[in-house]
Ligand binder design. Sequence first.
Ligand code: NCD
Length: 310
Amino acid sequence: MANPLTGRDVIEIPDLTREDVHLIVATARDFEERLQRERVIPLLEQYILATLFYEPSTRTRLSFEAAMHRLGGRVISVAEVTSSSVSKGESIDDTVRTIEQYADVIVMRHPEAGAAHVAAAAIGIPLINAGDGSRNHPTQALLDLYTIEKERGSVDGQTIALVGDLKYGRTTHSLAEALVHYQVQLLLVSPAELRMPERVLQQLQRAGVEYRETEDIEEAVRQADVLYLTRIQRERFPSPADYDRFQGVFHVDPALAARSPRNATVMHPLPRVDEISHQVDALPQAAYFRQARNGVYVRMALLALVLGAV
Ligand code: NCD
């Protein structure tokens, strides 16, 4: 029987059921384990992935491409939209309808919230959202869950602090939405002007997730099992002066990390600017590069599931 994600788009976390989330995590675990013994798991030899990024990316694009290669599949890519007809004014719909002629699945990143919906509606092959503006980043949230489970033994029971730009930080929105499927406590740590959007808070309330909003990172360090730092999203601010007010507001160094009674796991979707000092990297609880690696396993799971190969 086909898995329930076969042929589906992955646009935002609320589209996924709890069972879907568990299936993705379990499939990623299986792939990670198999990759200890095999370099390639040839499930997608028949398939082509197209990556279409209208915004910069290092980890998301490369880990999707690596994931496809690890599954024996092929990749075609519009690395920079300036090198494609988008720079001539082509619409998203026309672009993805064309790519649909060449590929079996599309991974797309776009600066506008909702762009992934528009693109997915225009085509019949699965579209995976690799970030749409400041709104969603569902595949990052899934790899974040996977990382928390691996680093802490389980997601349930953890106190998780999301720290930084919770207004524009799409990874924190999608992660908070994914955490409604677990028994967790959330600390939402941001400047008052960069609070988590109401629409996400309402989902937490509806799901009965306990959360507290604070501006105090010390409080988070005292209470959290996981410190999830994020960058202030400079490119989303109306003006550079607005950004300057918040630059460097939260900073974790070894002295602060040492004050965590629970030895909190330090995560970051990366890129970091100045949220975590480089001296933290050597600490065992610094998980952000392992987190980036986990992106390959989780994206392998997503590709294999939506293409119906597992
Ligand atoms: C994030 C993104 O693009 O939203 N990066 C990523 O995918 N790992 C985080 C960010 O840009 O701050």
